[in-house]
Design a protein around this ligand. Structure first.
Ligand SMILES: Cc1cc2nc3c(=O)[nH]c(=O)nc-3n(C[C@H](O)[C@H](O)[C@H](O)COP(=O)(O)OP(=O)(O)OC[C@H]3O[C@@H](n4cnc5c(N)ncnc54)[C@H](O)[C@@H]3O)c2cc1C
Length: 264
């Protein structure tokens, strides 16, 4: 690990100040991804700004027809939250299926979303549920947030403060866990929202995306039959030593049908 200056920020303003004053600063949430990256010398920031002491970034609340989750809320808290379990049980299921207990107690929603790992669960959940990422500067719809492999719409110095989830009428999350890491080989969130049906997919491509052909069919007829003849194109999907793009595409279709069956 290279040397860096460590800052424990007491509030959002102090974090922004430390970040903007640094030559090449990095935010740290639970450190689940950042610390291994530093240890492997894949990154060498001049400064690390720790967000863990900022209480205003932690917690879950219901605000009208929206669930607001602070950026520093760990996955275990989302999974165990009564508020999430009663309003969006599929989101509690998603959070409870991330990694292992250690990862779920250190990893945060803000860190996961900012990192935009193609195999992370939350990106598919945010896109499928039509969530909004709240930052220190603005609000960004999930549809506009995930731009590519580990690439987001965040600008330099922008800090995620919360994620807002509109409460769907119904939603269901299906995941094919990688047996070694727990990450999603494919994850699919199907949601019936007040603005229509949404299908968010993670794990299959460089970044989370909406499976619009399934959305269109389900918008006309929300049934397994309506999506029986529909398939996900393998074009632009990921292929690796574990699974081909064609296999991932097939799993997307299987999971959409399973999710619809579970919601019916
Ligand atoms: C063994 C293992 C298994 C895992 N399995 C899964 C899995 O099954 N599913 C899954 O979805 N994930 C999985 N993860 C990822 C994990 O869930 C964490 O969410 C992820 O590693 C990010 O960790 P963190 O929240 O501690 O963020 P950090 O590692 O601290 O930060 C990650 C990145 O986000 C930036 N960042 C952090 N917070 C903010 C913020 N508020 N605003 C802007 N930028 C910010 C940091 O600068 C850094 O670039 C796994 C991780 C490990 C180590």
């Amino acid at each position: 690990m290279h040397n860096f200056e460590y800052h424990l920020a007491s509030d959002l303003e102090a974090a922004s100040k430390a970040l903007s004053g640094a030559e090449d600063g990095k935010l740290m949430a639970g450190g689940m991804t950042l610390l291994p990256t530093l240890k492997q010398r894949l990154a060498a920031p001049s400064d690390v700004v720790d967000l863990s002491a900022i209480d205003s970034l932690k917690g879950i609340k219901k605000d009208g027809d929206t669930i607001v989750i602070g950026a520093m809320t760990c996955h275990a808290d989302v999974a165990a939250s009564d508020v999430v379990q009663s309003a969006i049980p599929a989101l509690a299921v998603l959070a409870g299926g991330i990694g292992d207990p250690a990862v779920r107690h250190r990893g945060t929603i803000g860190g996961s979303v900012a990192n935009a790992d193609p195999a992370a669960d939350y990106p598919g959940g945010l896109v499928g549920l039509g969530a909004t990422v709240v930052t220190s500067k603005r609000e960004i719809a999930a549809d506009d947030f995930f731009l590519g492999l580990f690439e987001t719409a965040l600008e330099d110095g922008e800090i995620i403060t919360a994620v807002k989830f509109p409460i769907p009428k119904k939603a269901h999350y299906q995941k094919f866990r990688h047996t070694a890491s727990g990450y999603a080989v494919v994850g699919v969130m199907v949601a019936q929202t007040k603005d229509g049906v949404r299908v968010g997919v993670t794990g299959a491509a460089g970044s989370a995306f909406r499976a619009t052909n399934f959305e269109e069919a389900l918008s006309k007829d929300f049934s397994v039959k309506a999506v029986e003849g529909i398939s996900q194109s393998a074009e632009d999907l990921l292929s690796d030593i574990h699974f081909s793009a064609e296999y991932r595409a097939h799993i997307v279709g299987v999971f959409v049908r399973r999710a619809v069956a579970a919601m019916a």
